[in-house]
Write a protein that binds this ligand. Sequence first.
Ligand SMILES: *Cc1c(COP(=O)(O)O)cnc(C)c1O
Length: 409
Amino acid sequence: MDYIKLRKNNLCVENISALSLAKKYKTPFYCYSLSQLKSNFYNFSSAFKGTKPLVCFSVKSNSNLSLLKELKKMGSGADVVSAGELLKALRAGINPNKIVFSGVGKTTEEIELAIKKRVLLINMESENEAILINKVSGKRSKITSVGIRLNPDVTGKTNKKISTGGKEDKFGLSQNDFIILCKKISKMKNLKLEGLSVHIGSQITSTKPFKKVLTIINKVISKTKINFKFIDLGGGMGISYSNKEKKLNLSQYGKFVKKFIEDKKAKIIFEPGRFIAANTSILVSKIIYIKKSNNKNYIILDAGMNDLMRPALYNAHHKIIPLKKSNKSIIGNIEFVGPICESSDKFLSQKNFSKVREGDYVAITNVGAYGMSLTSNYNTRPIVAEILVNGSSHKLIKKRQSLENLINN
Ligand SMILES: *Cc1c(COP(=O)(O)O)cnc(C)c1O
């Protein structure tokens, strides 16, 4: 079920017309559907119900506190990559024994915080990190549960900038280094090696790379002869941003994982971000100008790359739809751009679009993951508001940053 869609030519988020919100709140703003978030979380869980995984939502994909609280209610844990994300997950009420701490560059302070808060697992990415965690744990007379991130040298055949599992990528340890570190950790008194983790990239729409990774994990486990308590398979599950894209067969992945876990006692952990959050939100924006030049119709929006970075950063494709669809169309080279002083401040090019005028509104779709979390104040523009729709009601879940607050330093 899709909760954000056109109904009689009006874009609706659940039972609310997006246009009514656009008239109420200053654009641009992010608008989320709670039912979509729930549906995604339960769909994810049900694809893997045979393995009863711990689902740790990847907070870097979306760190809005209200959304984290909703996810907590659904039983989600959190995958965090910084002190800030850890504190936010805790503030949302997520139990520390459902929190895993990942990342290639954790600082001493971050490690101290993770130990103090007793997170479930710190996923380490190097020997020196292990040495540091052992030392910090020793000072506090604690034994810390850790995992090691394996770099399986499998990539998701996705955008190079969001691939993390290739041997040239900075993440994790090669199979050999992994096995060596396992041995060394057995001599570090304040570490308890409980986990093996992988995360090969993002927006992966084929089950093949995931399957390959499972085979490699089996190989590595047989070499280390360790019964890992947790096997953390990371996130990376893709969604369809355009109708052309292939849809990930999650239930097939579920079957692979079920078979993989049959002969093991380990608990499976997943860290999905995009799959849970991406299609829960639109970015509502107003058309400031329509400018004709160079055989192009530039549709200049009040949203810019600072509000949604993905197209500029990854060449990501986000469909744009009018809040009110017209029966007429504009034909020609249409380019949706923002107001920022950068030529990469461009969202989408296409050959036709519903007839729109200056002052009309559009929605950039599927922006719930890596949308708000990648915003910036570039061009001294305030961070925009976030609104959450639930059925026929809605609420502001993050206020638009005030200009006053922005110009203070
Ligand atoms: C970014 C990240 C995730 C989430 O990735 P998605 O593609 O959004 O599912 C999970 N685990 C780790 C370690 C990450 O860095």
